[in-house]
Unconditional design. Structure first.
Length: 318
């Protein structure tokens, strides 16, 4: 019996969410008096996972898995789970894993709990705390199946070091034809992406036009943040659709979310509500975003943001 963690990677590199789910898996294994094994696919530097408690790493390398395919990835995870007699499988909550998790649940005949924000509150019965109602509430969900899949919500548990003398061995997985072919994959390079960001600077129609986005990018650069936008902005073509955050765009769970010139439609708030600290800058004191924000500035973005950039630069120099 073991706890299996899938540590996702991009271009062979692990991101924070991989270390977060391994940290989480280590503690679940301790609760179950079991060991934690980690699966990687086409990843480099698997030894980095030992720092967070990975007793054993199974490394799968195959050219057919260089581009994400939900069916193929779910099949590989199932094969490792079966080989290790894993009763609990732990995933992150990236867009990719949200696609593969239901397929894996069917293959393993397992119960799947997504958006989990804490360690199991009970092992018998197996109960986890989850976000619900667009992050406005929590539910305590009991998983009664023999095998269980947990999807850990991004940036909810944290990264904790538990160094062990781990080992890595290759796993020869059977890669079947999934019937799906990827024609093209485009990735943003050279800047922080929304999926990886600890801080997001987002703007809306209050910026008045795409020509004014320079100060948003400058603020993001000073903070080491990703840039994002509201749905109307992406619909107007001011910014790429990949930057649209919200319930109908990309959900974010950052440490800091700064909204500039965004009124705060319910769909937008639902998608960013999991962020820990929310700051809004808007000329309208009645904007709905102020009710959801931790800090608010009533003012003109064209006056506030340049001063904020100036102060942040001075602070960093000091």
């Amino acid at each position: 019996m073991s706890v299996l963690v899938f540590a996702d990677s991009t271009d062979g590199k692990f991101k924070k969410n991989a270390f977060e789910v391994v940290s989480y898996g280590k503690k679940v294994a301790e609760q179950l008096d079991s060991n934690v094994v980690v699966l990687t696919i086409n990843a480099n530097n698997t030894e980095a996972l030992y720092t967070y408690g990975a007793d054993k790493v199974f490394a799968v390398s195959h050219d057919a898995l260089s581009i994400f395919n939900a069916k193929a990835y779910a099949s590989v995870i199932k094969q490792v789970s079966d080989a290790q007699d894993s009763t609990v499988v732990i995933l992150d909550s990236s867009i990719d894993t949200l696609h593969l998790a239901p397929l894996l649940a069917v293959a393993l005949d397992a119960g799947y709990a997504s958006n989990v924000v804490a360690l199991p509150t009970s092992i018998s019965p197996f109960t986890v705390k989850r976000k619900a109602f667009s992050n406005k509430a929590y539910s305590h969900t009991l998983i009664s199946t023999d095998k269980k899949i947990i999807g850990v919500a991004q940036n909810s548990y944290g990264v904790f070091e538990s160094p062990v003398a781990g080992t890595t061995e290759s796993f020869d997985a059977v890669i079947a034809d999934s019937g799906v072919k990827s024609e093209k994959v485009e990735r943003i390079t050279g800047k922080v992406t929304i999926a990886d960001a600890e801080v997001v600077v987002s703007a809306g129609r209050g910026l008045k036009g795409p020509e004014n986005w320079g100060m948003i990018e400058e603020l993001a650069d000073v903070l080491g943040a990703a840039t994002a936008c509201s749905k109307p902005v992406s619909d107007l073509g001011w910014r790429p659709h990949g930057e649209h955050v919200g319930q109908t765009g990309k959900p974010v769970a950052t440490n800091l979310y700064i909204a500039i010139g965004i009124s705060g439609a319910i769909q937008h708030l639902a998608g960013i509500n999991a962020s820990k600290v929310k700051v809004v800058i808007n000329t309208d004191p009645e904007a709905p975003f102020f009710k959801a924000a931790d800090y608010g500035v009533v003012g003109d973005a064209f006056e506030v943001v340049p001063k904020l950039i100036e102060k942040l630069k001075a602070f960093k120099q000091a």
